[in-house]
Ligand binder design. Sequence first.
Ligand code: FAD
Length: 438
Amino acid sequence: MATDFEYDLLVIGAGSGGVRAARMSAAYGAKVAIVEEFRVGGTCVIRGCVPKKLYVYASHFREEFEDAAGFGWQVPPATFDRLNAIYTRNLGASGVEIIAGRARLTGPHEVRIGDRNISARYILIAVGATPNMPQIPGIEHAITSNEAFDLERLPEAITIVGGGYIAVEFAGIFNGLGVKTDLVYRGEQILRGFDDDIREHLSAAMQARGIKLRLNSNIASIAPQGSGVRVEYEDGQSAETGLVMYATGRVPYTRDLGLEDVGVALGIKGEVVVDAFSQSSVPSIYAVGDVTERAALTPVAIREGAAFAETVFNNNPQAVDHSIIPTAVFSQPEIGTVGISEAEARRDHKVDIYKARFRPMKNTLSGNAEQMLMKLIVDKASDKVLGLHIIGPSAGEMIQAFGIAVTMGATKAQFDATIAVHPTAAEEMVTFKTPEPD
Ligand code: FAD
């Protein structure tokens, strides 16, 4: 291919979605180049899922040491004094040319990188998203998750702003590493959009673990003080802390990319508006991943990248189904969720709710008082499982497996027909007898 153009495909952004699309398109015979301004791998690998999970593991040890004492081990008080864990990866040899630099569109088939102009039959925008920070006085003294992985030393105290999954995950990490942690969120409860029982359970568990939650609260300004900062709240209160970290959402990274000049329609947050096949308003330009604001998760970006390659270079049009997405929050305790929340389910369905709250077996032996919650939301009319929510140890691992059943449209009767694995926490999901009273 690539007769009239230098390349069949030019991908902008070597993150989760872009790398998958580039590799698969090359495997289908396309001449492909990928442009990356920072490091190949993107957010997930360099400053997202992967380093975060390593920090979650690191911070869990404190609890493990405490639990170990309950099992009879003699453990000295746990402290942590090392911060590293950077993970890198190469694109590998798949015939894709890697071009270092920042790309800017100059036409429906043209991109400029430094002083080089490149033409391509198709252009794939896979530039991801970037942290969103409010423009308050002193914001320059705050960090985001981007910088959190590169701290040379841990602060004694941290104030994390935000109520989404990144905010609660980092609150768990810093708290677990022994940093006095406050979580400030302007809403009524953390994790908006998640099932209310899960939100309340996590909120209580985080506080029981020593995290101070300031709900219905927001920071008005930040000023340096001593080795840390002083924060003024909107309600007039103020407090000292070591560091402020903002995790108040991420916005598509389309600023100054030249998209508007070329006629690509953008949404209100700056996202590339695409159809079910990830095609933008300009037929030669497609977009996948966080930049499209569909579901900002690595496996979704990868799936969209793969569907793009199938559609454009394998004559096999594929639209990604975003309706059921199993997902985990690596908070402490961990959350696994698939399908819809009880509140959402009640809008359109008559439902049966099954709930189990119990201390996982490991906790009963260690003396750890923390409970686990499992919840099943079943449509009364069809018996289909509409939502399944877990908070407790290994919830993320469990939800990947339960996600298959829910994606397949499994019914409560099929859950009941499944033989339990004993003794596990997961067996609760196949042994529910009586729904909660209506
Ligand atoms: P990215 O992976 O962000 O890649 C975009 C790439 O484009 C970057 O490398 C960037 O440098 C490059 N780029 C941007 N503009 C240009 C330009 N003009 N020219 C050249 N290159 C450019 N998801 C999960 O599924 N599970 C998790 O546990 C999870 N944890 C997360 C934790 C954190 C702290 C964060 C921030 C995100 C997390 N995510 C998680 C989300 C996940 O990282 C993203 O959904 C995923 O990386 C999106 O992939 P992408 O291809 O859209 O963009």
